[in-house]
Design a protein around this ligand. Structure first.
Ligand code: HSE
Length: 429
């Protein structure tokens, strides 16, 4: 590599930051890159000694004149200030921060365009899967009609283990130990992490800013072994899906756990059903490219390092050749579907006395919900504290507007004879 190396500054030396520092130490020279220094929250933690300086002052790194590319890997909303300062100082920016990119992309891209700097955010979605640049560049000529993905490694790991009989809490703990989970795993299990990622993917695919707050979002903590048992009986498995698809000129965007066809289903498995552990997969359809499926490790130190390094190398090349990427304008207009229609099942624990089921069906009927099937899961029956027998019922319903289901669920939760909180799970074909 000719010319002086491009200076890289790191914010964060944790799981991924440590991986990036290791890469720069081992391979930086051959790529014409030099790690200048890093900022961390807690200076007392033991660190990789190959980093020339480590500080707890992020602004020292951002404003260091030797830093030409700032890599932000601290996460969280506060990083927006770091992004804006780096751009203001004319530095190229690389980030894995899906929250900040999803929420503030228009503001960040506008500032970057004004200052003539690059922003790389490959690591914000899909870990090691190169889906961001694919949408930004390779599929830019396509009209995308569907994106459907498994984009959260932690929940996919948990659901895979639960499908094998492990308890939710135990599976979450292992995912955390393996370094897949966010600092606060609520973001993973609530579906919020997937919501930010879907906001980024759909903003790129439709070149319009999709505010993550406008994406309906349901998480996995209410899923139980009863759901896996039922799903397995009818040839399905359960996955947390992020979906964006067009309907009559509008865009439906949502994150929710759902039953999808597994290997034993008579119609054959859904393309996403074999995605296990921390792996992610993104299925999409474009008018020119047709259907495509991207698959790989969606979380963890080295897969995410792979995405960060790809951005660093591209942005360094841009600096050397004095060109810049085209940042998405996000100025398209997309109308969102407000009340999507889907089919699924309601699981409600019913007191085993005459009349409980009748009350439940009355509520569903009054909310315009057409019942297809009802199955008592006797194996999961139990006695409550008052000696009453309670049996979970799985009630499969025809595709219905979400708002009707939500209203019915609210009423069911207070219905006499219904124990605990009823749960709605979609079935996706
Ligand atoms: N917590 C995220 C996940 C890490 O589990 O997918 C990658 O964004």
């Amino acid at each position: 590599m000719t010319g002086s190396p491009i200076g890289v500054g790191l914010l964060g030396l944790g799981n991924v930051g440590g991986g990036v520092a290791e890469y720069l130490h081992k391979h930086g020279d051959s790529g014409g890159l030099r790690l200048v220094g890093a900022a961390v929250k807690d200076l007392s933690k033991p660190r990789d000694t190959s980093v020339p300086y480590v500080t707890d002052d992020a602004y020292r790194v951002i404003r260091d004149p030797d830093v030409q590319i700032l890599v932000e890997l601290v996460g969280g909303e506060q990083a927006l200030e770091y992004h804006m300062e780096a751009i203001e100082k004319g530095k190229s920016l690389v980030t894995a921060n899906k929250l900040v990119i999803a929420r503030y992309a228009p503001q960040i891209f506008e500032a970057a365009r004004r200052k003539g700097v690059d922003v790389g955010f490959e690591a914000s979605v899909g870990g090691g899967i190169p889906i961001v640049q694919t949408l930004r560049e390779d599929l830019a000529g396509n009209k995308i009609s569907v994106i459907r993905g498994i984009v959260n490694g932690t929940t996919n790991y948990i659901l895979t283990r639960m499908g094998e009989g492990m308890k939710y809490e135990d599976a979450l703990e292992i995912a955390q130990q393996k370094g897949f989970a966010e600092t606060d795993p609520t973001s993973d299990v609530s579906g919020e992490d997937a919501r930010y990622k879907l906001a980024i993917l759909s903003s790129l695919a439709w070149n319009a800013w999709i505010n993550p707050a406008s994406i309906s979002c349901e998480g996995i903590p209410e899923i139980t072994p009863q759901d896996f048992d039922y799903a397995g009986d009818v040839g399905y498995t359960i996955k947390l899906l992020a979906t964006a698809r067009t309907h009559d000129g509008k865009l439906e965007v949502r994150v929710n756990p759902a039953l999808i066809r597994g290997t034993s289903h008579p119609s054959g498995p859904h393309p996403l059903s074999g995605v296990r552990d921390e792996f992610n997969a993104i299925y999409l359809e474009g008018d020119l490219c047709g259907p495509q499926l991207y698959y790989g490790r969606g979380a963890g130190r080295y897969p995410t390092t792979s995405a960060v390094v790809a951005d660093i190398r591209r942005l360094a090349r841009n600096l050397r050749t004095d060109v810049r990427d085209d940042l998405p304008t996000l100025d398209g207009h997309v109308e969102l579907v407000q009340n999507p229609v889907s089919g699924g099942y309601i699981r409600a624990s019913l007191e085993h006395v005459p009349g409980t089921a009748a009350k439940v069906f009355d509520i569903l009927g009054r909310h315009g919900i057409n019942v297809m099937d009802s199955l008592q899961r006797r194996t999961f029956g139990y006695e409550d504290g008052d000696g009453k027998t309670v049996i979970p019922d799985i009630i499969t319903i025809e595709p219905t507007n979400d708002s009707f289901v939500k209203e019915a669920m609210r009423e069911l939760a207070t219905c006499d004879g219904v124990h605990g909180k009823p749960v709605y799970l979609r079935i996706e074909e």
